[in-house]
Design a protein around this ligand. Structure first.
Ligand SMILES: CC(=O)[C@@H](O)[C@H](O)COP(=O)(O)O
Ligand SMILES: NCC(=O)COP(=O)(O)O
Length: 253
């Protein structure tokens, strides 16, 4: 069964547009869980544009399902520029204190609009491996955000990580345009086969939606998808519980 981890970034984005606690991130996490979500994902960025460090602590205090915290491990602490909002402690400091079930390392720079590439482990593998070792020593399952590149995935195994998360934007784009969907999906199949060969679990995410998910769910060995943007948009139309049910159905569950 492929786990559905709902990313709550966009719930926090709506909240941050006012000085308010509405919508409540923990309350919406509970709605997702009550509707059958298998996990909750957040991506606290240094500018705290959506998920704040405080959200991560609030979620950690109430979640009874897997908590996956995603982010760039090399970000440093940053003072909040917004009155009443706590400072960003730095990604690794946050994860060390919370110790979520899973931590997905993502090579985003601070100013990126969204995540748009996987790790280059030829360049950064020596920096990433010690962090993977530390996180695993804290009992945290690790995952590295990767492009569907077999050579990079082989390098990921050398870091000691438990899993990779395949960055699925190229598949979503192919699906949107109807261009070369089979060929692009085959790249992900090849990547998943290499991951299995080198002993890595396979997660996936970014721009998965109700249209492209059923086909992607046929990926061999897929363990988990984390979905936020499209699911939140669908929830505006059909309600959050119905959206979670629809995504679970799209996963064949
Ligand atoms: C790594 C990834 O693709 C997502 O986890 C990320 O959370 C998207 O970030 P935004 O919600 O800030 O676009
Ligand atoms: N890791 C992907 C994720 O958590 C959500 O990505 P998206 O569905 O918001 O594009």
């Amino acid at each position: 069964m492929i786990a559905l981890s709902v990313n709550l970034n966009k719930i926090a984005l709506i909240r941050n547009s006012r000085d308010t606690t509405n919508p409540s991130v923990p309350a919406h996490a509970q709605l997702c869980i009550d509707a059958g979500a298998d996990g909750i994902t957040v991506h606290p960025r240094p500018d705290q544009r959506h998920i704040r460090a405080s959200d991560c602590f609030d979620l950690a205090a109430m979640l009874k399902v897997e908590f996956n915290i995603e982010g760039n491990p090399f970000t440093s602490a940053r003072k909040s520029e917004r009155p009443g909002v706590g400072d960003y402690p730095g990604f690794m400091n946050l994860v060390r204190e919370i110790r979520p079930a899973q931590c997905t390392l993502v090579p985003d720079t601070d100013g990126q609009l969204t995540s748009d590439h996987g790790f280059d482990l030829r360049r950064d593998g020596d920096r990433v491996a010690p962090l993977v070792e530390e996180l695993r020593s804290l009992g945290i399952r690790t995952s590295l955000f990767m492009d569907p590149d077999p050579q990079q995935i082989r390098l990921a195994a050398q870091t000691g990580t438990d899993r990779i998360e395949l960055y699925t934007e190229s598949y979503a784009q192919a699906y949107r345009t109807g261009q070369k969907v089979d060929a692009v999906f085959q790249q992900f199949v090849n990547a998943a086969e290499v991951a299995a060969e080198v002993g890595l679990g396979v997660n996936a995410g970014h721009d998965l939606d109700l249209d492209n998910l059923p086909r992607f769910a046929s990926l061999p060995g897929l363990l988990e998808v984390s979905i936020g943007h499209a699911l939140t948009v669908d929830a505006i139309r059909m309600g959050l519980a119905n959206a979670v049910n629809a995504y679970q159905a799209a996963l064949g569950k």
